[in-house]
Design a protein around this ligand. Structure first.
Ligand code: MN3
Length: 256
């Protein structure tokens, strides 16, 4: 799950710091607090049990190479996604009546959110949901993953074949102006559609232009690809097709 190289480096730095400061075992708890801010690269969430947390990535940062590079994965997951989680929790601290609600429940009811935190829930709640979905959608074993018969039939009913789906999806993803996402969603009749959303909006949100449940999607914020692909978003989108876990997409399609 974690990048083992970085983990070893962190362990080494931590031990070095302990040695350098001459701090014994009895004081390591205090030092751990210091580490969380200064040395640890992995996210640390010190909040209460019911706070939102960064989900496990499920694979190594380098696992999606050469399509998505390890540095992008590390920064995207441990910095960008963590920031959405932290800021979502900060918003909920300001509106404690929201505590205990599921992330899905929050983002499906943006219009009902207290005005003071509405934008924060929209941006950071959306960011948390979207990225949690994105990490699960991608897999180092993508090439062995198969689409279910039902998903294939739904896909062919809409686009006739994969090539057409790919062309339409790529057009939507390339066409997002600025930061946002392109998605394949299913509506209540399980019919598929391609949509895009700005910023961290999500098609399940009550504010979305076309609503539905995502079964596939791509983050086209520059932070998702700039280190490797620079300004060539289309190249990133093409690479992305190599890391889609079709078994996972099928499970989302078959599910409620
Ligand atoms: Mn992102």
């Amino acid at each position: 799950m974690k990048n083992s190289g970085n983990h070893s480096r962190r362990s080494f730095l931590k031990k070095s710091a302990i040695a350098a400061l001459g701090i014994g075992v009895a004081n390591t708890i205090k030092l751990d607090g210091l580490n969380a801010a200064t040395i640890t690269e992995e996210p640390v969430w010190p909040g209460p049990e019911d706070a939102f947390q960064l989900p496990a990535l499920g694979y190594d940062y380098a696992a999606l190479e050469p399509y998505i590079d390890a540095t992008t994965m590390q920064i995207h997951y441990s910095k960008h996604h963590q920031t959405y989680v932290t800021k979502l929790n900060e918003a909920i601290e300001k509106a404690p009546e929201l505590k205990g609600k599921s992330l899905k429940d929050l983002i499906m009811h943006i219009n009902d959110m207290p005005e003071g935190v509405r934008n924060a829930i929209r941006n950071h709640g959306g960011g948390h949901w979207n990225h949690s979905f994105f990490w699960k959608l991608m897999s180092p074993k993508a090439k062995e993953s198969l689409m279910s018969d039902n998903l294939r039939m739904a896909m062919e009913a809409k686009w006739q074949n994969m090539d057409t789906l790919k062309a339409e999806f790529n057009k939507a993803a390339t066409g997002v102006f600025g930061s946002g996402w392109a998605w394949v969603i299913k509506d209540e009749a399980k019919v598929l559609h391609i949509v895009s959303t700005p910023n961290q909006d999500n098609p399940m949100m009550d504010i979305a232009a076309q609503r539905g449940k995502p079964i596939m999607g791509i983050d086209v914020w520059e932070h998702a690809y700039y280190l490797k692909h620079q300004n060539k978003r289309a190249d990133y989108i093409n690479d992305f097709w190599n890391v889609i876990d079709w078994k996972q997409v099928s499970d989302w399609y078959e599910g409620e």
